[in-house]
Design a protein around this ligand. Structure first.
Ligand SMILES: C[S@@+](CC[C@H](N)C(=O)[O-])C[C@H]1O[C@@H](n2cnc3c(N)ncnc32)[C@H](O)[C@@H]1O
Length: 428
């Protein structure tokens, strides 16, 4: 593979291209690296590669003429990759795709970045980021990409090691490794690895890969190819985020809420909301779910509905449903629900409102972080949403589910499912 690196600091690469497996690959010609300095394509006395930004502001911008001349001077540039924080995040699939290119050109920015018109001049170029951080220059990012791609070249790792076995290649993390001594300061190597039984060792390793992925990077599991046996392993493993789920409580408020004329009043209970929200709650293992209504006839109706499932024929017919519905609690008011959470957890919960309009500013990740430390009661409104006095009572209001969309009219049970998944789900 031929790799051109366009950089104003070619000396940056001198030592790394001589170290370890990458150094060996360079020695053997498996990877050929050509360093190109845009300064060699300047015409002025100072060999300038940067200038002040149009529109003002701090910092300098890399100018087009030397960069474009450097790139146009390459015989076989192959795919042009500009290292840039705005780019697509580098991952295993991208590294694999790049490893099958005969040649690539890595362009390293410096200063505030490169004049944006480079993209117009080389429309096929791609922008690649190595993470949500800003580095001083593209050199570190180019090296990172070069290492990731080179490892995947046939022959790079020697005969025995195969990149197929490593983290991300199969969509999940690799199993843990152990070596001698067999016991160190009382810590033993898992016995199965000493058994010499290859099939059992392989099964143990697959299981360990799956459970480590669930523990550290559960979002990877959404894209990984998994067999039914893998899914059975994951089912037995502890559900990720279980510890914060215990701190998550929901309250479905029926009064005071807005009606369709914008007036404050009460809404009726619905069987669907009670069932669907408690099934979501049970699935994600949340701490509790409150149905709040001050209307005693409504409450009696709700208790009769629940009784059918918890103590009556419904529960005998469908024990799963009974185990979920048994978790519902009724409260006359939101304040009563708050008090009950406090009694159950020993801590006053943070009360977080929800609304379909743009008033909400709390992010899901912020509330998830809060749940690490304290109980959070997420308040959902029926009718046309929570009355202003309820929202005022909240420590904050979550952003609407589709805050950038004009149409945002979800049923409360759908909103509850999406909100709980964003707070406790494993996708991100
Ligand atoms: C100081 S950075 C410029 C950051 C830019 N002003 C911004 O805020 O997006 C200079 C150069 O470092 C490289 N760089 C910085 N962070 C990077 C990242 N996360 N991934 C890839 N390249 C990066 C790019 O080549 C970039 O042009």
């Amino acid at each position: 593979m031929l790799v051109h690196i366009v950089t104003i600091f070619p000396e940056f690469f001198a030592s790394v291209l001589r170290c370890g497996l990458l150094g060996k690959a360079v020695d053997q010609g498996l990877v050929r690296v050509r360093l190109i300095n845009p300064r060699d394509f300047t015409a002025d006395r100072h060999r300038s590669v940067d200038d002040r930004p149009y529109g003002g502001g701090p910092g300098m911008v890399m100018t087009l003429p030397p960069l474009v001349a450097a790139l146009r001077g390459l015989d076989t540039p192959g795919k042009i990759v500009v290292l840039c924080p705005k780019g697509r995040p580098l991952d295993h699939d991208m590294a694999l795709a790049l490893s099958s290119e005969g040649s690539v050109t890595l362009v390293c920015g410096r200063y505030e970045g490169i004049d944006a018109r480079l993209e117009d001049i080389f429309p096929a170029m791609i922008k690649v980021s190595v993470g949500n951080v800003v580095l001083g220059g593209g050199e570190t990012a180019a090296l990172y990409l070069l290492e990731a791609v080179s490892r995947l070249l046939p022959g790079f790792m020697g005969h025995e090691d195969s990149p197929e076995e490593e983290s991300f290649a199969q969509g999940i993390l690799e199993h843990p490794h152990f070596t001698r001594p067999e016991e160190f300061e009382g810590h033993k190597v898992p016995e199965i690895l000493l058994s010499g039984d290859h099939a059992r060792v392989a099964a143990w390793r697959r299981e360990a890969s799956l459970t480590e992925t669930l523990a550290y990077r559960p979002e990877l599991l959404f894209h990984a190819p998994l067999t039914p046996a893998d899914i059975a392993v994951l089912r037995c493993a502890d559900v990720s985020r279980r510890h914060i789920a215990k701190n998550c409580f929901l309250a479905l408020v029926h009064a005071p809420v807005l009606n369709k004329h914008g007036r404050v009043g009460a809404a009726s209970l619905t069987n669907l909301d009670i069932h669907d929200i408690i099934r979501v709650s049970r699935t994600y293992g949340i701490g509790g779910y409150y149905v709040c209504t001050p209307l005693q006839d409504q409450r009696r109706l709700g208790e009769r509905l629940l009784g059918h499932w918890t103590g009556g024929p419904g529960g005998k017919f469908n024990p799963d449903r009974a185990s979920a519905l048994g978790l519902v609690r009724f409260a006359d008011s939101l304040d009563e629900a708050v008090l009950d959470v406090q009694n159950r957890t020993g801590q006053e919960p943070m009360v977080v409102g929800t609304s379909a309009n743009a008033a909400g500013t709390l992010t899901f990740s912020r509330v998830r972080r809060d749940m690490e430390a304290k109980p959070v009661l997420v308040v959902l409104g029926t009718g046309h949403g929570l009355a202003p006095e309820v929202l005022d009572h909240c420590a904050g209001v979550l952003r609407p589910v589709r805050f950038f969309s004009g149409y945002n009219h979800l049923s409360v049970r759908c909103a509850a499912a999406i909100i709980v998944d964003r707070l406790l789900g494993d996708a991100g």
